[in-house]
Write a protein that binds this ligand. Sequence first.
Ligand code: BGC
Length: 400
Amino acid sequence: MDALSHPPGGTRERAAGISARIAVGAPMASAIGAPTGAPAPADRTPRISREPFGALDDGTPVDRYTLINGDLRVRILTYGGILQSVEVPDRRGEHANVTLGFDTLTDYVERNPYFGCITGRYANRIAGGRFRLDGTTYQLPQNDGPNSLHGGEVGFDKHVWQATPFTTRHTVGLRLTHTSPDGDQGYPGTLEVEVTYTLTRDGIRMDYRATTDRPTVVNLTNHAYFNLAGEGSGSIDDHLLQINADHYTPVDGTLIPTGEIAPVRGTPMDFRRPTAIGERNRDGTFEQLVAGRGYDHNWVLNRRDHTYTELEEAARVVEPGSGRVLTIHTTEPGIQFYSGNFLDGTLVGTSGRLYRQGDGFALETQHFPDSPNQPDFPSTVLRPGEVYETTTIYQFSTTQ
Ligand code: BGC
């Protein structure tokens, strides 16, 4: 798989001074979620618009931004930085929303299993909700059995982010910022966080950046669930998944890595060749799949670059029916493949259909789970004066 170059600087510099171009409150072209089949607009200029999306109980308003570039249309909420919808064409040019989500802010606030959101300060699990750094032990909320998951009770998925829209000649985007105070959810240091979503002609680029005023740990990702046949269309069993990894990190019964870096060869974890997700994820003879009720593991990406600054291909998913393809490039060392095992038919999605087990998958680029307690894993420590910077790209295409 090819390494791409890592464009320096990102979009931040270009954001200044161009936000005035947005069409605030412009009418929305169609309802969310339903496959639109809408012809591409004649005007191919990338554009962005904003509309109110309700308010939290304390009155904090939430906005929804709609970004359009070529054949792609994406909706992002300022609440949780949530990717609410991602509309992409299939091989015949028919559009569908390929990410799971909800229609209302209330659903996101009350029952979101992390659909589309930014997870942090620490995406994934920290064992016992505890870690030691420079001789001090920090206790985090234990919101997932004995462990801390996705930043604790009130993670980045539950905050309203400050949003600055921008357009460039060929892209359109949204820069989201948030300040997490010292001690937030038990984590040390004031963390200044910036996540920039950039919609290109063929995908979504996510640039993550953070700084701190005290030593801390940080691990940010986006938690979109995908179904490339369209959200609400049923199982993802037939999707062909390829993960560029010779190894994964086996877990204990609470999904915390044991510390072992195990080969995928000869196991249902081997996705080095495109393989249908459903082919092996009910293999009850493979203990790891029992622990996760299916796939819910971190793969150790094969990388040429171990400074974690170069974009390299991590995973590729093909949905044979529609021909839609999702390719993921990242600077990160790992990726969590989660096959939607805890969806149980109790959530009603954007287009009014129930999400059942295995109706969506997440591929979360990340540092490995529980790294703060695993000295042999790539470090997630961030110190004052350092800049946390990672990039992930979801690229969409089609195949015959
Ligand atoms: C975790 C799953 C969890 C899901 C939704 C994933 O990142 O690995 O275990 O159920 O997020 O919370």
